[in-house]
Design a protein around this ligand. Structure first.
Ligand code: NPW
Ligand code: ADP
Ligand code: K
Length: 518
């Protein structure tokens, strides 16, 4: 799913309005109707107090329209207009008139703040700023935002939490509403996925307001949100008359004394995503544990017992994964240098391979184009230096991918794969994955898919999605704490199966029952 910029959303609005001969006010009515339905299906007429805070632009217009619909259904509504500018939008004014026609008079809030108290059991609808926010709110507006944040009420933000920019970090935490739920129109916003800005919302949902699909399809975007349909489309079915040679031969190079487990995890993950053959290259101390733990995997050993001092590549290997548990020994640095000087195969570079490259930057030039780098944020910082905000980190990631002409898999709660100027944001995964070895599993999965002939971008995006999905399935039965890297590997099969499961159509009665329970 594409992630549009604010400018593109406005263009999509105009395009839709012209193509279908509708008015902008009708589009606003659609948006408000969807928000109202969402609330109404949950509250079902509950007389709870609902405070609707509106700005003076179209986000405020949405708020006024929702307030009108709530009033028409006899909800207990109070409406406020946060009057931060005299430049009221046309559709805001239309909806202000409609509200007044229903005898619902908003309270206007200006810098002479008079703020009504909000009970902690009340509901707040936040429609103060939407995607039109282009500068920090003024101090008195910040006080309104803080008043809402301090109330303890359930906060539902329309489109985006007020004060949160689409593509820029807020200058202060108190400038932004903390939303329990965001009902966002048509397209998710980039700031929903970055650690610094995602913390302003607990949960988001998309409402389809019918912006023209053709416009969205043709819009060039810098970010995409990757879900099941995008990944299912990448899947390459296995062929009836195939054999193990059809699915590639991957080599995993890694391990040092005490860190052979990292190679076990990666190699097992490589096999489990379907690679035809998997070999490992490890220091001699890794021979016995690997042969014992993974009978399917072939093992080649270095002449050194505790660390790798050379890399030997067996014939017919078509992808090499390098780095897990490798260590930073001088022997290993020499091994990596000599290997990179000769190697022409695509690489998946992880962990200590990345750390060795960071410490010996001249080696980066030897990494073949079309490789994959899988750093976690600290490893990425070692590669490119520090950043002042998550948005700057994204720019650095894009630049690194362009310079190396490779995929950069920047790991995190929402891992983002960068390639050719586009960031693919993963939708699966959970905090149970914050456990040693889960990154080794991901690197192995990427490698196993490349071995089978997936291109490097498809392999990275699909591996990242399945890795998170496996963990998501696992935690439904074992919880977050007991999730381990090995359990992620065990769940890869279930994740593949889930990829092609159709949602069961729900019976109407069942839906009503579920709504009543919420
Ligand atoms: N297709 C869709 O998705 C649809 C979206 N819709 C809704 O429209 C919303 C976007 O509306 P919007 O463009 O009118 O902007 P909004 O956020 O209400 O801000 C208002 C104005 O405030 C100003 N301003 C900015 N920052 C400021 C500041 N710090 N302090 C003071 N003023 C500031 C700035 O004007 P400026 O003063 O810069 O000229 C800005 O234009 C969107 O989020 C969604 O809710 C639906 O209605 C229909 C379909
Ligand atoms: N809170 C989280 N939510 C979702 N995914 C997470 C979370 N924490 C970690 N992960 C995932 O787990 C993996 C951790 O990788 P990494 O830090 O390299 O671990 P290790 O070095 O122990 O193998 C990454 O794929 C990351 O995206
Ligand atoms: K808002």
């Amino acid at each position: 799913m594409k992630i549009l910029s604010a400018k593109q959303v406005h263009e999509a609005d105009n395009f839709t309005i012209q193509k279908y001969g509708i008015t902008s006010d009708m589009l606003m009515e659609r948006a408000a109707d969807q928000v109202f339905n969402w609330i109404h299906s949950r509250l079902q007429g509950n007389p709870i107090k609902i405070h609707v805070f509106c700005g003076i632009g179209n986000n405020g217009g949405d708020g006024l329209a929702v307030a009108r619909m709530l009033k028409e259904h006899d909800y207990n509504v109070v409406v406020y207009v946060v009057n931060y500018s005299e430049k009221r939008s046309k559709d805001f004014l239309i909806n202000l008139d409609r509200l007044k026609e229903r005898k619902l008079w908003p309270e206007f809030i200006d810098e002479n703040l008079h703020l009504t108290s909000i009970g902690k059991d009340d509901v707040v609808i936040d429609a103060i700023f939407g995607i039109g926010l282009n500068r920090d709110p003024e101090p008195w507006v910040v006080k309104v935002l803080s008043h809402i944040n301090a109330s303890g009420a359930f906060v539902l933000s329309v489109d985006i939490p007020s004060g949160l920019f689409m593509e820029q970090a807020p200058s202060s935490e108190e400038n932004v509403i903390k939303a329990d739920v965001v009902l966002s129109f048509q397209t998710p916003k980039l700031s929903f996925f970055l650690p610094e800005t995602a913390s302003y919302l607990n949960h988001w949902e998309l409402l389809d307001i019918g912006l023209d699909p053709e416009f969205i399809y043709n819009a060039p975007t810098e970010y995409q949100y990757i879900g099941k349909p995008e990944v299912a489309a990448l899947y390459r079915p296995r062929l009836k008359f195939s054999h193990k040679g059809t699915y590639g031969h991957a080599l995993i190079v890694g391990g040092s004394y005490g860190k052979i487990g990292a190679v076990q995890l990666a190699a097992k993950a490589t096999l489990t995503v379907g690679a035809g053959l998997v070999s490992t290259y490890v220091p001699a101390c890794g021979y016995m544990p690997l042969q014992t733990a993974l009978p399917e995997v072939m093992v080649i050993t270095d002449e050194q017992n505790k660390q790798i001092s050379a890399v030997e590549v067996p014939e017919k290997v078509n992808v090499i994964c390098l780095g897990m548990g490798l260590g930073l020994h001088d022997d290993t640095k020499i091994a990596l240098t000599n290997f990179l000087k000769k190697n022409k195969l695509p690489l998946a570079l992880d962990a200590d391979a990345l750390n060795l490259l960071s410490a010996n930057r001249q080696l980066l030039k030897l990494v073949p184009e079309g490789s994959v780098f899988t750093p976690h944020p600290k490893e990425f910082e070692r590669l490119v230096g520090t950043w002042s905000s998550d948005f700057e980190k994204l720019e650095k990631a894009k630049k690194f991918s362009a310079q190396t002409k490779s995929v950069l898999v920047l790991k995190g709660a929402h891992t983002i794969c960068f390639y050719n100027g586009v960031g693919y944001i993963n939708s699966t995964g959970n905090p149970g994955m914050a456990t040693g070895g889960s990154g080794d599993v991901l690197a192995g999965m990427v490698t196993g898919l490349i071995a089978q002939g997936y291109d490097v971008l498809a392999a990275s995006v699909m591996a990242t999605y399945l890795h998170g999905l496996s963990a998501d399935i696992a935690v439904t039965t074992i919880g977050y704490e007991a999730l381990t890297a090995s359990k992620i590997i065990e769940g890869i099969g279930a994740a593949f199966v889930e990829l092609f499961k159709r949602e069961q159509p729900q019976q109407q009665g069942q839906q009503q029952q579920e709504r009543a329970e919420q």
